[in-house]
Design a protein around this ligand. Structure first.
Ligand SMILES: N[C@@H](CCC(=O)N[C@@H](CS)C(=O)NCC(=O)O)C(=O)O
Length: 238
């Protein structure tokens, strides 16, 4: 039975490519491109799942959405020895679960809102001020945690690091991390993993010069008309 992962360029589906690479599971990757103007997912995804977002996984006759839920599902199916997810009752289980879910919850929201508020010219609004405060609080928590622990679950690399990776790489690329932030050393550690390197090769857009940083050229409607600086500082036209 083939496992199919639907991947959208520059999206959270990177997490699941990385996880599947860590697990050494064979899978089929179906790539989808964002609409160049709206940056939304193409209609093919809405034909598979009502929310029409990525990632989506097709497996065992089912279509599943939500990166965190998919990650747990894949771990239950393909990580029987609990190499990447502490078993119930293990001491690192609670931190593993907290960070696995915080990546889409407490951590993601302020960053996402910040992007939307800036894109719509509301960066000086009351809401933007509140969200900046939430983002700083979240980052301070992440930094305190990574000052005391090598990995998000504690002493071992787990899928919680994979889930947090997408957000922390974006934070680094946007320049919101302090120079002495312990997140930098953690980023070095995750980027040193073979499966992460394979994921980066798989996700690099074809028209992307990964060594060059570009600025986004915006047209009159604010839409990107030229090379766009992606969340990871790469130059992408895809
Ligand atoms: N909470 C969901 C979020 C899914 C989501 O919003 N995916 C974005 C990509 S990062 C997407 O598909 N955006 C395109 C769209 O909304 O049309 C998850 O973790 O999978």
């Amino acid at each position: 039975m083939t496992l199919i992962l639907h991947h959208l360029g520059q999206s959270r589906s990177e997490r699941l490519i990385w996880l599947l690479e860590e697990l050494n599971v064979s899978y089929e990757l179906k790539r989808h491109s964002r609409d160049p103007q709206s940056r939304l997912a193409p209609p093919e995804l809405a034909r598979l799942h009502p929310l029409g977002k990525a990632p989506l996984v097709e497996y065992d006759g089912r279509v599943m959405a939500e990166s965190g839920a998919i990650a747990l599902y894949l771990l239950e199916a393909f990580d029987p020895d609990h190499q990447l997810h502490p078993a119930p009752g293990e001491p690192e289980r609670s931190a593993f679960l907290e960070w696995l879910h915080a990546s889409e919850g407490a951590v993601f929201l302020p960053f996402l809102m910040n992007t939307y508020l800036t894109a719509t010219g509301l960066e000086d609004s009351l809401l933007a001020g509140y969200m900046a405060g939430e983002r700083d609080k979240v980052l301070a928590y992440v930094e305190a945690h990574l000052s005391a622990h090598q990995w998000f679950a504690g002493g071992h690399f787990t899928a919680a690091d994979i889930m947090m990776g997408f957000q922390m790489e974006a934070a680094a690329a946007r320049g919101v991390l302090k120079e002495n932030s312990p997140v930098h050393a953690w980023l070095d550690r995750i980027r040193d993993r073979d499966a992460h390197k394979r994921m980066r090769k798989i996700t690099a857009p074809v028209s992307c010069d990964v060594s060059r940083r570009c600025s986004c050229l915006r047209g009159p409607e604010g839409a990107c008309v030229g090379s766009e600086r992606s969340a990871f500082g790469r130059c992408c036209n895809a």
